[in-house]
Design a protein around this ligand. Sequence first.
Ligand SMILES: [Cu+2]
Length: 151
Amino acid sequence: MANVKLVIVSLVMLVGAINNAIASPNCTVTIHSNDQIHWGIDDIKVSKACETFTINLIHDGHLDKGVMGHNWVLTKEQDKEEVAKAVILEKETDYINDDPRIIAHSKLIGGGQRTTISFEVNQLQQGQQYSYFCSYPEHIGLMQGTLELVD
Ligand SMILES: [Cu+2]
């Protein structure tokens, strides 16, 4: 009888574990970029259930970061234009400055490289529209997207 109870308890735990696996949110996005100033994703939804969110940025091209660099910069939608305009001047620091409106950013990479950036999800507010873009000069027009916090 004790064995039957043990089996039942084990089954209940197994079902619970499977449910958790199904319900657990995806807290990572992989973005591929290339030499054509393009990345294949223009909308990211971040689940409130994520503690941190991770972006894997991959540069599938061949050109050096000095001529075809890509990075991933996150701001509020309304801050995007001003932040992007200012960082274009920051060649020495790979087109990033210490503006507190930059919520998160990756490093600048060139062809054949990859980089990962993680940020705390509790910095984001629901109902707020966020934008991400590549801050390399002239890339924002083709390399940008929206990000929002969802249930
Ligand atoms: Cu770029």
